[in-house]
Write a new protein. Structure first.
Length: 374
């Protein structure tokens, strides 16, 4: 099915908004048998269950589910199962919001963060720019236990704003959830809306992503994959896995989104179409920035590097991201290809790190499947 594209103001205009029919199941394509067989072999080893979506040329070629919901839930996963995206939130949500705001002329990538968040104070913070936050080169530390330290969302954000820099801006890559929390405040200040409301209005509803949102309602519970067993022995289900995002009320730029493979396929199709149409913002945001020197990071997005989750066979202009819960997305404009893998590898424990070997293997198998024999 070809997705009807819509204009996300200032990003790209691909046609009028209109009601989109439900995603049809991808036809069975034997080329992908090795991909699905490999994923089946990883059930109950790397994850309880997984959903994979592969698309090319505005069509979904593979949409398949393997395994079951969780360690204590034997129901088979379906292609409509909803997963906690974890840090895919940074690119599907936060980065897209920034891309729109840049396109509208409301956000300057090289402006100091303090222009938009005056509370972002401390030594050398006047030198930190929006570009630094998006490339994880601001000098902020990776993390702090706000879920323990803070009492409210406002207090947690204030703590993020006043956390001292560990490095000079632009000097070092440190993957920072705190930087994404600061950028969340930039977006909310410019839009006058909480991040979830803004994204729902400007991105998810226009793209007909009806299974994508923060704070999933209770009637979604039966189709949400559970995550980790908490300290009291209960399994987290339908609540964000990330502790700091939970303290932020479940809504943050660094984590908190839930979604399905069909919805993310719509998003990937839109982004590929925007890239093909030479939308300035899309190409800028997905291009490696070299900040700091040698970093693989684009703006929000990552690009392939040694030992990357993208595997070894995607094109040089590919971009993607991973999520702690076991999610990943890679988009390759050179091959007009996207690969989405959703798992709940943290069920029942985050100590299971086997997903690290699964992601690149899946990506390589997908490219192999689409490569004609020599």
């Amino acid at each position: 099915m070809k997705l009807t594209m819509v204009a996300l103001a200032g990003v790209v205009a691909c046609g009028p908004a209109s009601a989109a029919p439900a995603r049809s199941p991808a036809p069975v394509d034997s080329r992908f048998d090795p991909v699905v067989s490999y994923l089946r072999s990883q059930v109950d080893s790397a994850f309880p269950g997984a959903v994979i979506a592969v698309g090319r040329h505005d069509s979904v070629l593979l949409l398949s589910a393997v395994g079951h919901y969780g360690i204590d839930d034997p129901r088979p996963v379906t292609t409509e199962t909803v997963y906690d995206l974890a840090s895919l939130t940074k690119v599907i949500g936060l980065t897209t919001a920034c891309m729109i705001l840049v396109g509208e002329g409301k956000l300057d990538l090289d402006a100091p963060v303090q222009r938009y968040v005056p509370a972002f104070r401390g030594a050398n913070k006047e030198r930190v720019t929006i570009r630094h936050l998006l490339t994880h080169s601001s000098g902020l530390p990776a993390w702090r236990p706000l879920y323990i330290e803070a009492t409210t969302r406002a207090v947690a954000l204030a703590m993020a704003d006043t956390t001292p820099l560990l490095r000079q801006p632009g000097d070092t890559f440190v993957y920072s959830d705190l930087g994404a929390m600061v950028l969340t405040q930039v977006v909310e200040g410019l839009t006058g809306q909480r991040l979830d409301a803004y994204l729902d209005t400007r991105v998810f509803r226009p793209l007909h992503m009806t299974s994508t949102r923060y704070l999933p309602p209770s009637d979604w519970r039966n189709r949400i994959a559970p995550t980790e067993r908490s300290q009291d022995g209960t399994i987290i289900l339908g609540t964000v896995h990330d502790e700091n995002a939970w303290k932020l009320g479940g809504v943050s730029g660094h984590a908190g989104l839930f979604s399905s493979a069909p919805d993310l396929s719509r998003f990937a199709e839109w982004l590929l179409a925007a890239w093909r149409q030479d939308s300035g913002q899309v190409r800028t945001f997905t291009k490696r920035q070299g900040l700091p020197s040698g970093s693989s990071r684009a703006l929000g997005w990552d690009t392939p590097s040694e030992n990357s989750s993208a595997g070894t066979k995607v094109g040089a202009q590919a971009f993607g991201h991973t999520g702690f819960t076991g999610t990943s997305i890679w988009i390759d404009p050179d091959k007009d290809l996207f690969i989405i893998l959703l798992t709940n590898r943290v069920n029942p424990t985050r100590e299971n790190g086997r997903i690290a070997r699964v992601r690149p293997r899946v990506a390589d198998l997908v490219v192999d499947a689409l490569t004609p024999p020599q």
